[in-house]
Design a protein around this ligand. Structure first.
Ligand code: FES
Length: 316
């Protein structure tokens, strides 16, 4: 990851819903840079020795401040809990420079369909600035499980009107990805951010009906699938799982359901799923640890990294 750190001050904190807070940062001694829509920054919570990546939700062309939105995960003992409990207006923090693995395709001749699940709405909040500024045709389809995650509905309704389509699962409103994609013309770009099943559904329908080059999801390069299968033993929980060639450790844990794992990017960038290695060596595939940390083999990212050998023991 980029080792540069930008000193910032927290200029505003706003509770958007019971479990989502917005944080605004202003630069301390240098200016913040413009960024491209879909970019994220890493927030360094130095006191706690934690860093986490969050999508920038503010206007990419107005870098007098950066804004992020943080979902508090109830299981969290790390980043999201620290941000919610300890970070207040006036605090000083450091950010890594903005980086983008999920850019908007600047194509005025195409329609752009954005599909967001829960907190996956965040990268699209900066997309909207670019889409509107470039006068591109778009729709935003926003799915969430309960009202608490619907932090942006009112603001979005006001901002983009009937280009917003809301699916509140608690009210039995469900998005049919297949139907949505089937209704689109061939000149559509499809973007998705949210939980893995939603991403998988969009990729499957999108690839089949529009072609791979028109389907976009946060792609951080190397991914978890690919490689030999191996066993992971969860020391504190007292059981093991076999991780298949095409599964990540995170997916295997989620399918098994005995352990709750906090995760955000699912792509080895944010650091949320960092876990202590007790035995074995990881095949690191993340973009979070630096070379020294990788070589130390003390922790690994469960969403993307695999085992070098046939077995890992983790502190879970
Ligand atoms: S969920 Fe972000 S690094 Fe694993």
């Amino acid at each position: 990851m980029n080792q540069q750190k930008i000193p910032v001050q927290v200029s505003r904190v706003k509770q958007l819903s019971p479990n989502i807070k917005m944080f605004e940062f202003i630069a301390q001694d240098t200016q913040l840079s413009t960024f491209s829509a879909g970019s994220h920054v890493t927030v360094h919570m130095d006191e706690a020795g934690i860093r986490r990546a969050y999508s920038l939700i503010s206007d990419p062309q107005q870098p007098q401040h950066y804004r992020i939105s943080v979902l508090r995960d109830e299981q969290s003992k790390g980043g999201s809990a620290y941000m919610h409990e300890n970070v207040a207006e006036g605090d000083l923090l450091h950010l890594s420079p903005a980086d983008n693995f999920f850019p908007l395709v600047h194509d005025n001749t195409s329609k752009h369909i954005l599909v967001a699940g829960g907190i996956g709405i965040t990268p699209f909040l900066s997309y909207l600035y670019e889409l509107e500024q470039a006068d591109m045709e778009f729709e935003l389809h926003y799915c969430f499980r309960d009202g608490a995650n619907a932090a942006y509905v009112d603001e979005l309704r006001e901002r983009i009107g009937n280009r917003l389509h809301v699916y509140d699962n608690a009210q039995d409103q469900h998005l049919s990805v297949e139907q949505l994609v089937a209704q689109q013309g061939k000149n559509t770009h499809l973007y998705v951010c949210g939980p893995q099943p939603l991403i998988d559904a969009v990729i499957e329908s999108g690839n089949a009906l529009l072609g791979k080059e028109r389907v976009h999801f946060e792609n951080f390069g190397e991914v978890a699938s690919g490689g030999s299968s191996f066993e992971v033993h969860f020391q504190r929980s007292g059981f093991s799982l076999e991780i298949g060639e095409d599964s990540s450790i995170l997916q295997a844990i989620e399918n098994d359901k005995r352990i709750d794992i906090e995760c955000l990017c699912r792509n080895g960038v944010c650091g949320t799923c960092e876990t202590t290695i007790l035995e074995g060596e990881a095949d690191h595939r993340d973009h979070y640890l630096d070379d020294e940390e990788r070589a130390a083999q003390k922790t690994m990212m469960l969403c993307v990294s695999r085992a070098k050998g046939s077995r890992l023991v983790l502190d879970l």
